[in-house]
Design a protein around this ligand. Structure first.
Ligand code: ZN
Length: 257
């Protein structure tokens, strides 16, 4: 036991040295990665592209479950601890649609692979006047070759992901553009309002096309502070077993090469 304990202690000491070394080396992190040395992941340069979940500022899709946030205990009111509960639709705020949302037998959130959720992504600026992102609009932009495509639309320009009022006239991805992106092998599609589908569309074709190919859709991104260009994306949904969607944290970091 004594030997075991001391080897554990030695392990911790070694870990501490490694961490200290990493901190000391932080400025030369990029150089280290270029020569194949160990890379330490840092928070530098990452932009939070997540809308804050807050009933006062989060839009709820027409007809969807209302958000309810409450404090069961509150230290600010003299309780010994703070403890809260919230209930909200699975498609609240920044969230991911899994194939199960519109594909019978499709993967649920917890069964989606990580691969499409982490990697290079291109943010494309769609002008305020454009509501339908169709093939004609898509082809006005440099999207070809992008592994993940994120649309920054009128929603970001108008601050709609931070406004509790639901807007029906959000910009959406038209089915023909969804088909083109899917056929081109795009791994993930994102947009900055709570649906990628036209409000009142006769059929959810955009969802069917993308999710039918196993392409996750990130909806409700907060892109006010993001400009068009190439980024690294990490977007991870809460791992809810057997459900078709879940809120996610999305972060972007500008690619320098
Ligand atoms: Zn959704």
């Amino acid at each position: 036991m004594g030997t075991e304990k001391s080897s554990i202690r030695r392990g911790w000491t070694l870990a501490a040295v490694v961490v200290l070394g990493a901190v000391a080396c932080a400025p030369s992190q990029q150089a280290a990665s270029r020569v194949g040395g160990p890379v330490t992941l840092m928070s530098n340069g990452w932009i939070d592209a997540t809308a804050t979940l807050d009933p006062a500022t989060t839009p709820v899709y027409e007809g969807d479950a209302p958000m309810k946030f409450e404090f069961l205990k509150d230290m600010r009111k003299g309780d010994a601890l703070t403890l809260s509960a919230y209930s909200l639709g699975a498609h609240s705020g920044t969230h991911i649609d899994a194939p199960m949302h519109f594909v019978l037998g499709g993967a649920s959130i917890d069964r989606m692979p990580l691969q499409p959720l982490i990697g290079p992504a291109r943010v494309i600026d769609i002008p305020d006047g454009v509501q339908a992102i169709d093939v004609a609009e898509l082809n006005r932009h440099e999207w070809k070759g992008a592994q993940r495509v994120i649309f920054r639309t009128r929603s970001s320009l108008r601050g709609w992901m931070a406004s509790a009022n639901f807007h029906r006239d959000f910009a959406y991805i038209a089915p023909d553009a969804a088909q083109l992106l899917a056929d081109a092998g795009v791994q993930l599609v994102g947009i900055d309002y709570i649906s990628a589908e036209q409000f009142g569309a006769p059929a959810p074709m955009t969802h069917r096309i993308l999710l039918g190919k196993g392409i996750p859709i990130v909806e409700g991104l907060s892109l006010e502070g993001v400009s068009a260009g190439d980024y690294d994306l990490i977007v991870l949904p809460i791992k809810v077993g057997g459900h078709e969607g879940a809120p996610a944290r999305a972060i972007l970091r500008k690619r320098t090469r």
